[in-house]
Write a protein that binds this ligand. Structure first.
Ligand code: TRP
Length: 338
């Protein structure tokens, strides 16, 4: 690694990592480790913005998420892997940025109204939920990050982060580089029902699912709606099931299945078993590694506390610059920063 550029990204610990998260984010995070100074974190405070009424799973989810991330190839030797709440400077910067963020900017974020509608069973008319993207901006600016690898659904948050950073710099001096989004070059991963794979739709396959669970879920997958009888010809290009071959099967298997499906030589039920086998082959090593990691909770906690201490070093540098820029620091003349 020879780049001084900082990459930062995070994921909310609201549940298990699923294939949509893996292909939409984590795989890319793993690949970036050799090229940049990478900071990856578990956004446990962000989980509270929607799960505040019952936070009892958030801490446990964070440890499971760490196991998922490590099993997927994030490496604490090469990247700084940490948890948001163990670096309280996130909260300090969030507070300061909230002072300069116009309400209109927040109300205009498309995900704000969408999420309120989508999660209608919860009361999201809170200060914290409106401020979600300000906290996200603090997460990014705290590490003076240059690149933020995220899914396209995060584009509007990133745009807002750039605007808040620019506003800060224009008031108080150039502290923050412009964080650029690094969108993941993978196609969207469909869920079992053909909609985007998402925890809120209950259509996910998780890295932690057992082989039996994966097989059972594959059996539920939606297939080509135009193929009603076994003898009807299928349309792999539009079939939800076939998207999974694109992600998991070798090119020659993809071709074989597509050809057989078009000629009604393979049925959807057989194909589902084939997909389950492919997904299980892919997940097997990840599953084994995550089981092993979860056997030692203390080791996971050590990894988090070491990573968080490293993150805190860069965060402290930034906050020192920020406090000086605001002229709210209480140092004697000539006295060094902490
Ligand atoms: N909002 C992001 C998501 O839902 C998670 C997140 C929180 C994040 N803070 C971040 C992503 C900072 C990138 C950078 O996926």
């Amino acid at each position: 690694m020879n780049s001084e550029n900082v990459v930062l990204s995070g994921m909310r610990s609201t549940g298990r990592i699923h294939l949509g998260n893996y292909f939409g984010a984590v795989k890319n995070w793993v690949e970036l480790q050799d090229r940049y100074r990478c900071y990856y974190f578990i956004a446990d405070w962000h989980a509270l913005t929607t799960d505040y009424a019952d936070p009892s799973d958030i801490g446990g989810n964070s440890l499971e998420m760490l196991a998922d991330l490590l099993a997927s190839g994030l490496d604490p030797e090469r990247s700084v892997i940490f948890v948001q709440s163990l670096v309280p400077e996130h909260a300090e910067l969030h507070l300061l940025l909230s002072m300069i963020t116009p309400l209109g900017w927040l109300e205009r974020v498309p995900t704000y109204k969408e999420q309120i509608k989508e999660l209608a069973n919860r009361d999201l008319s809170t200060y914290g939920f409106l401020g979600y993207p300000v906290l996200q901006t603090a997460d990014i600016l705290l590490y003076r990050a240059h690149f933020v690898p995220v899914g396209e659904d995060q584009a509007s948050h990133l745009e807002l982060s750039r605007e808040i950073g620019r506003r800060f710099n224009s008031y108080f001096g150039d502290i923050f580089p412009e964080p650029k989004a690094l969108f993941t070059p993978t196609p969207k991963v469909p869920g079992l029902d053909g909609r985007k794979m998402s925890k809120s739709y209950g259509n996910t396959i998780n890295l932690s699912d057992t082989a039996e669970e994966v097989t059972a879920k594959c059996k539920e997958m939606f297939t080509d709606p135009q193929r009603i009888r076994r003898t009807d010809a299928g349309h792999p290009e539009t079939c939800n099931l076939f998207q999974f071959h694109r992600l998991f099967s070798a090119p020659d298997l993809q071709e074989k299945v597509a050809a057989e499906c078009r000629r009604a030589q393979i049925g959807c039920v057989d194909d589902k078993q084939l997909i389950a086998d492919q997904i299980n082959t892919f997940l097997e090593p990840i599953r084994a590694r995550r089981e092993e990691l979860l056997e030692s909770r203390d080791t996971l906690l050590d990894i988090l506390s070491e990573g968080s201490a490293k993150a805190a070093e860069r965060a402290a540098e930034t906050m020192d610059q920020v406090r000086s820029a605001l002229s709210i620091h209480y140092r004697k003349a000539g006295e060094k920063a902490r």
